[in-house]
Design a protein. Structure first.
Length: 351
């Protein structure tokens, strides 16, 4: 991670926020104003900016806690800058990029949008995070980062953005089919807090992820992805994501190792079963494995909301062991602070 020596006061001369040109001094003043007088989302921005301009060479972040208790980790500011520079190269979004910021600044994705703008020299509009970030907004943008729900709720407005990256959750096959005809370059990203957001991306409709500059991948004995990204992580990051590695720069994601269900000796990948079910269910859902005396584990379908009849057609593309043995309806899924579904906690609370 030697490409960039962190300078606490550095702000790109082309950087603008909400149309206002700012240097380090004016940006710090804005941060104090955000904290004292701003809305909750602006206070979060102010807190991060003060942390960013503090002389210490790292920031404190929490991991998402998707598969367990969130951890507190230190992220090197130099690594965050290197990540921003890699994003600029990979997606071709250099200085003067007009970007939309619509993610909460409490989490790494929202914070990295600010870092990219400051370091690369973007003209960034910061809006209050919502499920419809383009509602009532007629501006056009070069770049934006969204979660899949925001893209889903903004289909008629996405053409206002030339390039969009999606993260924070898997892009379903249903959403992918809706996005592909749009005149927008849209990527699904592979990311985690430990790697300072995304280290790989794929265009919507493609199957294999391509790594960002300086990133290589392999798998461990379990078949899980190992990420070698020396510019953003001092050590290789061992994940719990099962993957098929095509070469050191390309891989296909199969599912979470800790979600795999062993039913009658057959390994089932919940994420792949969910892809087959997605066109037929309008409510949020996931599949899960419960202990079974005969099969070892049985696959169940967990649906959020009031009980509904699942059409027989939903099961038409499922293999024998992929068909749910039980359907469990839950009023509300358990979620992490960043909105990711906690499968085990949801099922445990409902039983």
């Amino acid at each position: 991670m030697n490409d960039y020596v962190y300078e606490p006061s550095y702000v790109h001369p082309r950087f603008r926020i909400n149309g206002n040109s700012m240097d380090a001094c004016t940006l710090l003043n804005a941060a104090y104003d955000y904290i004292k007088e701003g809305k909750p989302f602006e206070k979060a921005i102010g807190v991060f900016l003060l942390d960013w301009f503090d002389p210490k060479p790292y920031v404190i972040m929490k991991t998402s806690g998707t598969t367990g208790t969130p951890k507190t980790i230190q992220l090197s500011k130099r690594a965050m800058i290197n990540s921003a520079l890699a994003t600029s190269v990979f997606f071709k979004v250099g200085a003067n990029t007009h970007a939309l910021h619509c993610l909460p600044a409490q989490y790494i994705a929202g914070r990295m949008m600010l870092v990219r703008a400051i370091i690369i020299g973007w003209d960034i509009d910061v809006l209050e995070p919502s499920s419809t970030p383009l509602a009532g907004n007629e501006k056009t943008y070069d770049f934006a980062a969204m979660v899949p729900l925001q893209a889903e709720q903004s289909l008629g407005k996405l053409s206002q953005v030339k390039k969009i990256i999606l993260g924070g959750g898997k892009v379903s096959s249903v959403l992918s089919e809706k996005l592909q005809p749009l005149p927008v370059a849209i990527w699904e990203t592979y990311a985690m807090t430990e790697t300072v957001t995304h280290v790989a991306a794929k265009r919507i409709g493609e199957t294999a992820f391509t790594t960002l500059p300086g990133v290589k991948v392999t798998t461990d004995a379990r078949g899980c992805l190992v990420i070698d990204a020396p510019k953003v992580a001092d050590m290789p990051v061992v994940t719990n994501d099962l993957a098929e590695v095509k070469d050191v720069h390309r891989f296909t994601w199969l599912g979470r190792y800790d979600n795999v269900i062993n039913s009658g000796g057959i390994k089932l990948f919940p994420e792949q079963v969910e892809e087959k079910l997605a066109p037929y269910l309008t409510q949020r859902f996931f599949v899960y494995g419960l202990p079974d005396e005969v099969l070892g584990e049985k696959l169940i379908l967990v649906v959020e909301g009031s009980p509904v009849t699942i059409p027989d057609q939903a099961y038409s593309n499922l293999d024998k062991y992929e068909k749910p043995k039980t359907i469990l309806f839950v009023n509300k899924f358990a979620e992490t602070g960043s909105g990711k579904v906690q499968r085990g906690e949801t099922v445990a609370a409902a039983r």
